[in-house]
Design a protein around this ligand. Structure first.
Ligand code: DNO
Length: 358
């Protein structure tokens, strides 16, 4: 298992690589060229520059999150072929510079969605929160405005203002869109890029839908076993793989995460590990990584990964905002301290599972 930490780049992330390096066992930085819009080329010079900065701090840079997929590809518009060609060029440029795995998503319009970014928890910290009733009754534009307000200028990936400015047109384009139609467009995309992935040895790792159920009537592809099975079958190459996000999939208590990890083994290239507490009405709050604090069996997951000999990338996912982190100094979910504590909890579980296995 390669322990990794997401970082938003120089001048964009308030956390320095020097701090991240001090987390025991930290090997890899999960990076991206965050200023790039979906459909824009990542040049070799830009890639080399970012990688050499990360490496100069004694960390590796072989995993990227995310190369975003242009909406025309998800919608299956005639312009998709042009964007697929650019995507392949990005993959070649990344692979030539040592990148092995690319995390991405295929969610229409929105990436992850929450109703509250700084929801107070009983211990005095705050965390991301999802209120089902609030989403059902709301206008998508309200959600967009709220995210912009609560992120205080720290751009959230998937919520780029340029994309969200087109929100009304995008909703119109997805009118009447079914899960099957989105899946067909996913297959078209995969079939087109997999030969490049195989030739250049760079694996794709799709992120689950977050939340793992439809919002605003939009289709969903990566939210439970039935749909993930279909997705992996759509193109059977192991280069068509998963980012297994325990927080996203765990927000639906019907998903048996330990069992799913067992099923998908060699198709899981990247683990996002975090805990959530799902309430009886389906609302959920993010919590600390500790198993007892939420409804996700974190230690069971780490023991399962150890027992299958997982050798992919793993990162502590969202953390709470603690020790003075707040809306003015922290990107929601991506503070330093709780993710660092999470990393140690995950490493502790992993090491203990290894020891007990002997
Ligand atoms: C949220 C992240 C997602 C993820 C994308 C992958 O914090 O896990 O934004 O990066 O869905 O493209």
């Amino acid at each position: 298992m390669k322990l990794s930490f997401r970082w938003y780049g120089r001048g964009n992330d308030p956390i320095s690589l020097d701090y991240i390096k001090q987390i025991p066992g930290m090997e890899e930085i999960v990076w991206a060229l965050h200023e790039k819009q979906a459909g824009e080329l990542w040049t070799e010079a830009e890639i080399k520059d970012e990688i050499s900065y990360i490496e100069s701090k004694g960390l590796k840079a072989t995993i990227v999150e995310s190369v975003n997929v242009h909406e025309d590809i998800k919608l299956g518009l005639p312009t998709r072929d042009k964007y697929i060609e650019i995507y392949c060029e990005c993959l070649r440029n990344l692979a030539k510079n040592g990148v092995k795995v690319v995390c991405y998503n295929f969610m229409p319009i929105f990436d992850w969605t929450r109703t509250d970014m700084f929801h107070p928890l009983a211990d005095g910290s705050t965390a991301l929160f999802f209120d089902r009733a609030q989403i059902q009754g709301s206008d998508p534009q309200e959600l967009v405005d709220n995210v912009a307000k609560e992120s205080h200028g720290l751009t959230l990936p998937g919520w780029e203002p340029e994309r969200l400015a087109r929100i009304k047109d995008l909703f119109k384009a997805y009118e009447g869109f079914t899960d099957d139609k989105l899946r067909d467009n996913f297959k078209y995309f995969m079939d087109a890029i997999i030969p490049t992935c195989e030739e250049y040895d760079i694996k794709m790792a799709i992120h689950p839908d977050d939340p793992p159920f439809s919002i605003f009537g939009l289709p969903r592809l990566v939210n439970n076993k039935t749909n993930i099975d279909k997705l992996l079958k759509a193109n059977p190459s192991k280069y068509n793989g998963l980012t297994f996000c325990t927080g996203s999939l765990g927000s639906d208590p019907k998903n048996d995460l330990v069992q799913m990890i067992d099923n998908y083994q060699e198709r899981i290239h990247f683990m996002h590990v975090r805990n959530v507490r799902v309430d009886s009405n389906g609302d959920f709050s993010e919590v600390s990584h500790r198993s007892q604090d939420g409804t996700v069996d974190i230690t069971g997951i780490m023991a399962k990964l150890q027992s299958i000999g997982f050798d992919g990338y793993l990162r502590p996912d969202h953390g709470r905002h603690v020790f003075g982190e707040n809306a003015t100094n922290t990107r929601p979910g991506y503070g330093l301290y709780d993710r660092a504590m999470g990393a140690m909890y995950l490493m502790g579980s992993w090491d203990m599972a290894a020891r007990l296995q002997k």
